[in-house]
Design a protein around this ligand. Structure first.
Ligand SMILES: Cc1cc2nc3c(=O)[nH]c(=O)nc-3n(C[C@H](O)[C@H](O)[C@H](O)COP(=O)(O)OP(=O)(O)OC[C@H]3O[C@@H](n4cnc5c(N)ncnc54)[C@H](O)[C@@H]3O)c2cc1C
Length: 406
């Protein structure tokens, strides 16, 4: 079987050169595919927050031997903590653990990339040519970051003074830029696409502002938030409070400004006015934090599982696919009207427009408690509760904290 071969042997076999098989090259393609074929009752695509959580639950439901997860990455990251890594409050190392350590024991880890999804034949194909068939499929592929849609990126990240909390490769550059800040503009962006964790592009601005104040540099800094959105935040209740915060901290907010180019060698960022297409404005920066354009995974977008926009087409109540009843989905890849957050992965109640709050305090107000919650309590709940499929999501917590009144 393919999985028992060393990577080199597997590669040789694919190339038709494996001496031990003695099969004619003309036959080898089909024969290696046939030998590599696998079947699982429950196949999970993606071993991120959603995929690992669901595989733990499915293991309990149908036994570990019936569950497989396709995930190429050696490391699993708790992404929400990257906000604090960018602000120097946590290390990037603390955000990751080996995928092997979070994979539920006994569940098969297929360490490759899904390349093709064929729900009509109940099969997927991975990048090493393996075909895997399934009875049930859970798609948890997350979303794709598109730094390359901004002219001058990603190569601009080679230069200093620019960072992005959205990727493990660039999150430490945010902290470096903040640490080395002397004087000038600190510019923060929000793209013209759906994003995961819509609060993160602003949170790093508030943390940077606090750091600059603490280090006595705030007087020499102009802090600017350039967002593609026509509002400061999608939920009005929070937007109202945030407008108070930005006013009180002297943060400049420019609406409908979309980052289209970074000239990192000159420390210039170019924004397009979305209300006046073609009109651009150049901002010099001493620090730039980029939130990249995002979109559905290309593998998903090119499959029959996608809606017109390319997201996984799910029933929002059952998380079941609208056309293929044996396909389900979880997390950022789905076309659900929920925020793209890890919280939404677990039975999502944070509907945009009508947030249900977990804590019996006004979350729209800044609270020190909320910081400790994010820095210390949530990571613990994530690694030990959510990923193990043991945490029922904020729902029960909300009940406890509201003493059963909500
Ligand atoms: C800076 C930042 C701050 C955030 N803050 C918060 C927060 O405060 N609160 C909150 O709730 N959420 C937050 N989030 C969002 C949260 O991390 C995501 O919503 C959550 O991780 C989504 O889980 P997922 O399983 O859908 O996707 P992911 O966890 O991203 O997992 C997707 C997985 O699919 C794998 N994959 C990709 N391509 C393939 C392929 N071809 N084949 C197989 N596997 C593949 C990837 O390697 C990855 O492991 C934040 C995110 C960021 C980046």
């Amino acid at each position: 079987e393919m999985r028992f071969l060393t990577p080199r042997m597997a590669a040789l076999r694919r190339l038709g050169q494996c001496p031990s098989t003695g099969i004619l090259i003309s036959q080898l393609h089909t024969s290696s595919r046939a030998s590599a074929k696998q079947h699982y009752k429950m196949l999970v695509l993606g071993g991120g927050s959603g995929g690992i959580t669901m595989s733990a639950r499915m293991k309990r439901m149908m036994g570990a031997e019936n569950v497989a997860v396709v995930e190429p990455s050696e490391m699993h990251y708790y992404q929400p903590i990257w906000t604090l890594v960018g602000a120097g409050a946590k290390t990037v190392a603390s955000s990751g653990r080996p995928t092997a350590s979070v994979m539920p024991s006994g569940v098969k880890w297929v360490k490759s990339k899904v390349q093709e999804i064929n729900p009509d034949t109940n099969t997927v194909r991975t990048d090493d040519g393996t075909e895997i068939s399934y009875e049930y499929l859970i798609v948890g592929l997350g979303l794709q970051l598109h730094y390359e849609k901004i002219k001058g990126l990603p190569e601009g990240f080679e230069h200093p003074k620019i960072g992005s909390n959205y990727s493990v490769q660039t999150v430490e550059k945010t902290w470096k830029a903040l640490q080395n800040f002397k004087e000038g503009n600190a510019v923060f962006t929000f793209p013209n696409t759906p994003v995961k964790c819509a609060g993160a592009p602003q949170k790093i601005m508030y943390l940077s502002d606090a750091f600059l104040r603490k280090t006595g540099k705030r007087e020499k800094a102009k802090v600017i938030y350039n967002t593609s959105l026509p509002v400061l935040f999608g939920v009005k209740k929070y937007a109202d409070s945030l407008w108070d915060v930005v006013k009180c901290r002297d943060l400049q907010v420019n609406l409908r400004q979309n980052l289209i180019e970074v000239r990192a060698d000159k420390q210039e960022a170019v924004f397009e006015n979305l209300d006046k297409p073609g009109e651009t404005k150049v901002f010099e920066y001493e620090m730039l934090h980029v939130t990249p354009p995002m979109g559905p995974h290309l593998v998903l977008k090119g499959s029959p599982l996608a809606d017109e926009a390319g997201w996984l087409d799910l029933n929002k109540d059952t998380l079941q696919h609208n056309k293929y009843p044996n396909v389900f989905g979880i997390g950022d890849c789905a076309n659900l009207p929920t925020a793209k957050t890890a919280a939404a992965v677990d039975r999502l109640k944070l509907m945009l427009g009508q947030p249900l709050e977990t804590f019996p305090i006004n979350q729209a107000k800044e609270r020190r408690l909320m910081y400790h919650l994010k820095a210390d309590m949530m990571p613990h709940l994530y690694w030990h509760g959510l990923l193990r499929g043991l945490w029922g999501g904020p729902g029960p917590y909300r009940k406890v904290f509201h003493l059963g009144m909500k």
